[in-house]
Design a protein around this ligand. Structure first.
Ligand code: GLY
Length: 564
């Protein structure tokens, strides 16, 4: 045989011998890589103690849902400005084994005695502050129902042991950070209006970094909930304390409201973006529809060919945001009360029509309305070693909700009624306007912007993400998705990029830090306001590497990831 030359028959002989071996090695390698991936897990939250609690649950064999329940109760203690049991939110769960993604709406509902004009005076003017800082501001809380439901349905660990770490933190206290101490002091006036809030959340000389912060009544309430279950909150001693307080103080939230609280299991809103699938919350959140709508519009352009955060890039983003928020105001509300044209709003055809309009530059100037005030809410992302994912955003609405604690409970109540449209065209605290779709009705759920999201690649979770920030939640989540998918950024790189927010009304472009020449140029077309946007807590699963990141726009957050 000539050197270096093999006959066809010889080649096939070698292949016959080695092919099975090669296949075997490949199977082994892919099994091994799956194995590595399957051992990875991560948690990203707004507070390091909550992240540690979530990670411990995962380390000890709990799944993502167990960890989510433990984290949600922990944040109610260590992040009282937004973490809660007196509020509500949305949880997106991806169940790896079934390859199924579901969403839970455990948001607040309007009390039975609420009515359309409850925040207006006899002349039809909206009474300032009534939907935010009064006994009428609270919807019926859903967080406890939400956590018990997901724990019973998808969890593997007894919920008592998931609540225990939070009881401990409330009873023994935790150390306040500089940010938290200052934040509590900032809201001193809000707490001063309620006896129990004043006692717990204020100090004569203010709080300082390093103070141990104890919440005895909250610890007792959590203990009762752990012992007696969900009914403790909705019909037990806690429910009675809450209802009596509301009755004694001119409120409309009753024991019947608490008894009748029902969460909703929903199909998430999903759409495709390039080669990815994005899922987020369906109405009563505007998040899923708006995200999919904006991404559908942007899909008509190859964004990766534009310079990130260039003028051209930002202008196309703000145009797409403009259309989505205009539709939000007109068409979105609780789907049990208003027929939301979801299919139209999320269709590629509709997005293409908008894209063409944007190209023709048909956006008309708008009037300015109230400037957006402060924001709160908190998001956490969790991924477990089985490939399950949880993306959860929940809130009291603005920081510390209404600032009202029913006596003896330690529970800060939400002020979510402000997320309804108090009057058509009247802006809420975020400057968002609404219409018929989001008017107040008994038992109805106020429209939200919370957008817990999961991006899938090849049917597996790729990016788990979400943000606080009221109306800016949607645009923050959007820019995280674009940074990662179109610009291949790591989570850390993405978090370092400035973001913009535009919501149709007011006609103001909110922006983070950009260079002077870009600002000068944008100023020619829009009124600009420089403002820090919400911090993002994300997990990115690229092949067998799991990256978790809590962005540094606010301190105290922590992301932990383990990949073995
Ligand atoms: N409370 C803010 C939101 O739900 O969008």
């Amino acid at each position: 045989m000539e050197k270096g030359i093999l006959k066809i028959s010889q080649i096939s002989k070698i292949y016959t011998l080695k092919f099975p071996l090669i296949v075997f090695i490949l199977i082994l390698l892919s099994f091994f890589s799956l194995f590595i991936k399957a051992e990875s897990y991560a948690v990203a939250t707004r507070h390091h103690l909550a992240t540690d609690i979530g990670m411990k649950v995962l380390e000890e064999g709990g799944n993502a849902i167990d960890a989510a329940v433990a984290v949600a109760f922990a944040l109610a203690v260590v992040n009282p400005s937004a973490g809660n049991i007196g509020g509500g939110g949305f949880m997106l769960i991806h169940l790896a084994e079934k390859n199924e993604t579901i969403s839970i709406d455990y948001r607040e509902r309007a009390p039975i005695k609420s009515f359309e004009k409850m925040f207006q005076d006899s002349s039809g003017n909206v009474i300032k502050g009534l939907s935010l800082n009064s006994i009428l501001a609270s919807g019926v809380p859903g967080t406890v129902a939400g956590m018990f439901y997901v724990s019973e349905k998808f969890g593997t660990i007894d919920i008592k042991s998931l609540i225990n770490p939070s009881i401990h933190l409330a009873k023994k206290g935790f150390v306040l950070s500089d940010f938290q101490a200052k934040n509590l002091n900032k809201y001193k006036k809000k707490f001063a209006k309620n006896e129990e809030a004043k006692k717990i959340f204020t100090r004569t000389n203010g709080f300082s970094e390093g103070d141990n912060f104890i919440q005895i009544n909250l610890a007792k309430t959590l203990e009762r909930i752990a012992k007696n279950g969900k009914n403790e909150f909705y019909s037990g001693e806690t429910a009675k304390k809450v209802a009596n307080f509301f009755q004694d103080n001119g409120g409309i939230l009753t024991l019947e409201d608490l008894n009748l609280y029902k969460l909703r299991i929903q199909k998430p809103v999903c759409g495709s973006y390039r080669s990815y699938e994005i899922c987020s919350m369906a109405p009563p959140s505007s998040g899923g529809i708006a995200l999919v709508q904006i991404l559908n519009i942007l899909e008509n352009i190859d964004l990766s060919k534009l310079n990130h955060n260039s003028e051209e890039y930002l202008k196309i983003l703000l145009s797409a945001m403009d259309y989505a928020y205009k539709d939000r105001a007109k068409y979105l509300g609780d789907p049990d009360y208003f027929r939301v044209p979801q299919d139209l709003l999320t269709s590629k055809k509709y997005a293409y029509e908008i894209y063409q309009e944007i190209q023709e530059n048909k956006i008309s100037p708008k009037v300015n309305i109230n400037i957006i005030e402060g924001e709160e809410t908190t998001h956490f992302s969790i991924y477990d070693k089985w490939g399950n994912a949880v993306s959860n955003t929940y809130t009291l609405n603005t920081a510390y909700g209404s600032g009202i604690i029913p006596t003896g409970t330690g529970i800060l109540m939400n002020n979510e009624m402000d997320d309804f449209s108090s009057k058509p065209g009247h802006p809420n605290t975020y400057g968002l306007i609404g219409s018929e779709a989001n008017k107040i009705e008994p038992k109805k759920t106020p429209l939200s912007s919370m957008s817990p999201a999961i991006v899938f690649r090849d049917e597996r979770p790729y990016l788990i993400t979400g943000s606080p920030g009221g109306s800016t939640i949607i645009t923050s989540v959007l820019q995280e998705i674009l940074n990662v998918l179109d610009f291949q950024m790591s989570l850390e790189e993405s978090s370092e990029k400035s973001r913009i927010h535009f919501q149709h009304l007011p006609d103001i472009l909110f922006h983070e830090q950009f260079d002077g020449s870009l600002i000068e140029s944008l100023k020619k077309e829009k009124k600009l306001i420089n403002r820090k946007l919400g911090e993002i807590h994300s997990i990115l699963i690229r092949k067998d590497i799991v990256e978790a990141f809590s962005d540094k726009r606010r301190p105290d957050g922590k992301a932990s990831a383990v990949y073995k």
